[in-house]
Design a protein around this ligand. Structure first.
Ligand SMILES: [Zn+2]
Ligand SMILES: [Zn+2]
Length: 323
């Protein structure tokens, strides 16, 4: 989601019904392979860089070299974690029994007008509501996501309204980090051309190879998203050609689009946490006093019926028990 767009429109998403069900993500181990590989490459290569390349750079140039790379690396990790673990803006599904006939009688599309442009909202038969503009149903997560951009296997999450900012910052900082690691590695090698068979040089060259390998796709993706953000589009809209030959009603101009992605306040979360049922505390005036076993017997014996029984001669106890 190129975020700029998100402010446009003014059509609110479906408000969660009071008893909206919380969809759960099915557990599939294969989904964790790309994200695990990405984490291993990122953390592993950076650790090798800090252990084998940085000590000499610190000695030769400045302590600012590892500090700079450390700060960038932490920024990369923080944004990576946010993009991975954050709710991208999942809409809760309606319950099974809610508007049960809607699937049969509801039209497939409804149209809303946004800035004079007709935008279609499609009925989602899985979530049982009309998807708001820019919302799409992710086939991997099986959820409708607000301002859906794409499903990213490298962070194992949908990229939507709530986490697009962190995904975008992750790409920017990762490109910077890769360039830094490659550049400082090259500096190290240029000073050690006579000792390329040393372990420090070999490790540095291996890290440079990894950085070089990842630079082209990561930088390409970063450039693509910079263009999307500036134009106020999402990846989904771009690849499906939604505004081809038409006008994008969600763009607010280049600078506003960029500031919206980077500086707007965090969008609300639609999936509520399950509340624990709260116990109703009974206040003293309504509290029934706790009685002991003997007090309870006394009260039963003294309930008026047995007293009457004693006064009535010849009345058998069995009759009383039937009363
Ligand atoms: Zn859906
Ligand atoms: Zn997804």
């Amino acid at each position: 989601m190129a975020g700029g767009s998100k402010s446009g429109g003014g059509v609110a998403g479906p408000s969660p019904p009071p008893h909206a069900s919380v969809p759960h993500r099915p557990f599939r181990p294969s989904r964790y392979v790309p994200v695990s590989a990405a984490t291993a490459f990122l953390v592993g290569s950076t650790t090798l860089f800090f252990c084998f390349t940085c000590p000499w750079l610190t000695e030769q140039f400045s302590v600012a070299v590892p500090i700079y790379n450390g700060v960038i690396f932490l920024f990369v990790l923080a944004n990576f974690c946010m993009a991975t673990f954050m709710d991208p803006g999942i809409f809760p599904r309606a319950d099974e029994d809610e508007d049960k006939e809607d699937d049969f009688r509801a039209p497939l599309y409804k149209t809303v007008e946004i800035r004079g442009i007709q935008v279609r909202m499609k009925w989602c038969s899985t979530c049982r509501f009309y998807r708001p503009p820019r919302c799409s149903h992710c086939s991997v997560c099986d959820n409708c996501v607000e301002d859906f951009d794409h499903h990213c296997p490298w962070v194992n999450n949908c990229i939507g309204r709530r986490n697009y900012r962190y995904f975008f910052l992750f790409l920017l900082s990762l490109t910077t980090h890769i360039m830094g690691v490659f550049g400082f590695g090259l500096l190290f090698i240029l000073y050690h051309t006579q000792q390329l068979d040393h372990v420090h040089s070999a490790v540095t060259m291996a890290v440079m190879c990894v950085a070089g390998l990842f630079f082209i796709p990561v930088a390409g993706l970063t450039g693509f998203h910079i263009v999307l953000v500036a134009r106020g589009r999402t990846t989904n809209e771009q690849v499906t050609g939604k505004f081809r030959g038409g006008v994008n009603p969600f763009t607010n101009g280049c600078s506003r689009n960029i500031s919206h992605v980077l500086c707007s306040s965090q969008a609300p979360r639609y999936l509520g946490r399950k509340r624990k049922p709260t116990a109703l505390a009974v206040q003293p005036p309504f509290l029934r006093p706790q009685l002991s076993e003997s007090q309870l017997n006394a009260k039963v014996l003294d309930n008026g019926i047995l007293g009457d029984m004693h006064r009535v001669r010849g009345l058998k106890p069995t009759v009383c028990s039937e009363i």
